[in-house]
Ligand binder design. Sequence first.
Ligand SMILES: O=C(O)CCC(=O)C(=O)O
Ligand SMILES: [Fe+2]
Length: 261
Amino acid sequence: MTDNVTSAKPPSPKKSNGNERVQKHKRSRRSTRRKKKGKRPMTPISSLDAVLKGEISVTKQWILPSLVERLRFDAKALRDANAFTQSTIGGRVGEKQTMKQSKRLSECCGLFDDAVNAPKDVGDSNARDTIMSLISDLHATLDEQVTPLGDEMELQYLYYPGDDEGFYGIHIDQQERILGKANRIVSMVLYLNEPDWNVDTDGGSLCAYPEGKSPVTVDPLGGTLVVFHSEKLIHEARPTKRDRWALVGWFLEGSNKRQKT
Ligand SMILES: O=C(O)CCC(=O)C(=O)O
Ligand SMILES: [Fe+2]
């Protein structure tokens, strides 16, 4: 993994006017390409062929429960340190916005800007490094076996409030291809919830709607990883009655593809 920070502009300084959670959209990204193939063992990703077909790949227990717990602790600590902001929808200049803000209630923390800017003693940055290595391996697997990817990705912790029924209405992650931009190609969501999550009482399922197929519902159990095509799969996060935590990422297309588009 390189340490290349490729965000287009420097991270904005933290304000202290009490509006920290409603100020901006996360677009910071970072290279995820490993110089060498990872040696670390990893649970194989289920049904990778689903991704190009516009369906969903679901892998349970992709990471150890202990790492889920550390990442959840890290996310909570960052939120307590005001490193989260209100999530917005779409957000790139020129991107068509077909959803209203009221169709989403969640907060996010960019791993390559907000988390980096938080005080060093907040959270568990070793757990962040560990998951970044695993995601770099995932990047290599997707690049080799699914579709060529660029070196960069976006990565955020997500928090949906349980007391206010957080949710994310029906949407698609990359609504339309933007010329000259690094469009999102493959999306990943890794759930960081407690092991006793119960969809009947807690809600918060991910519902995916592959075209021409039956809908798929995924329980957001800690350690479950979903991977899908950012331009093809319509999906939603159902309202949650319990605080819901996830790590969401988007693998971007490479610059050669950008020029050809
Ligand atoms: O929280 C989830 O389950 C899905 C998140 C999502 O779809 C997104 O951030 O684009
Ligand atoms: Fe999404």
